[in-house]
Design a protein around this ligand. Structure first.
Ligand code: NAD
Length: 256
């Protein structure tokens, strides 16, 4: 029996593919019959270590560098799906204490990277349509203190997604966002949400317990759960879905 999520014959480009949510989505698509994956990340060794059974192209580069999207993808060819997911999460400082360079870096990776990615993949999909998911965050919808640059960048990603959905519709291109709540990935390695939890494995587990308290379900999901939500949006099962943000946040957005 064919899988409900059938990616056979489909090529998907993923940015931020070497770790966390991007890597889990690559594995998920591979397990659901993907024909080919184009994996993009700035971490070349981690990209090379990705072990998948489908055909794989690996492109190393910085999503905030326009050359990645032009010279680096000269031979991209047609793609059916894309996950524009590479992102960074500086944080912990109030607006008053924040640094302009850190703000600009966050916008360059999280917003410029998605903007240039949309430009490139929508061009590649123009002939026969396709499905794009951009990675936002529950932080793009709620004003968590100490997240000015990150939260603003993720809100911008949501609005970029809506405009892209409106522009892509006539070409059969669907564009949606995944908005995860906290997920245990290396993006948290430099985080220090309580000011005292950084360092050991125990400290990391304590940080995850702290993050879980901010959800209704009182849990932090693993990356496979987020990958499944992304897989749904990318798949033909979501053929009538465009311009939405799918919150996969254990109810964090409803916490008051
Ligand atoms: P991660 O750190 O595990 O993975 C991010 C990947 O992106 C890494 O492989 C990294 O090398 C790559 N990357 C970073 N900057 C890049 C750049 N400039 N160019 C190319 N590649 C780059 O983190 P993750 O949690 O899997 O994050 C993926 C996305 O999910 C991010 O956009 C993040 O903001 C978003 N997100 C994460 C969480 C969470 O709690 N983990 C919650 C909401 C949203």
């Amino acid at each position: 029996m064919a899988s409900d999520f059938d990616f056979s014959g489909k090529t998907t480009l993923i940015t931020g593919a070497a770790s966390g949510i991007g890597a889990a989505t690559a594995r998920w698509l591979d397990a659901h019959g993907a024909k080919k994956l184009v994996l993009v990340d700035m971490d070349r060794p981690a990209l090379d270590a990705m072990d998948l059974s489908c055909e794989v192209d690996r492109i190393s580069g910085d999503v905030s560098d326009s050359a990645l999207w032009t010279i680096g993808m000269r031979d991209l060819g047609e793609i059916d799906c894309a996950l524009l997911n590479a992102g960074i999460a500086p944080g912990g400082k109030s607006i008053v204490d924040s640094d302009l360079a850190e703000w600009k870096k966050c916008m360059a990776v999280n917003v410029d990277g998605v903007f240039m990615g949309l430009r490139r993949v929508m061009k590649a999909m123009a002939a026969k349509g396709g499905s794009v998911v951009v990675t936002s965050s529950v932080s793009g919808t709620k004003p968590y203190p100490g997240t000015a640059a990150y939260a603003t960048s993720k809100a911008a990603v949501l609005q970029l997604m809506r405009v892209a959905a409106a522009e892509g519709a006539s070409q059969g291109i669907r564009v949606n966002a995944i908005a995860p709540g906290p997920v245990d990935t290396p993006i948290w390695d430099k985080a220090d949400i309580t000011g005292s939890l950084h360092g050991s494995d125990d400290a990391r587990a304590a940080m995850m317990r702290e993050l879980a308290k901010g959800t209704l379900l009182k849990r932090v999901p693993d990356t496979d759960e987020i990958a499944a939500s992304i897989g749904f949006l990318l798949s033909d099962l979501a053929a009538n879905v465009t311009g939405i943000a799918l919150l996969s946040d254990g109810g964090a957005s409803l916490r008051v």
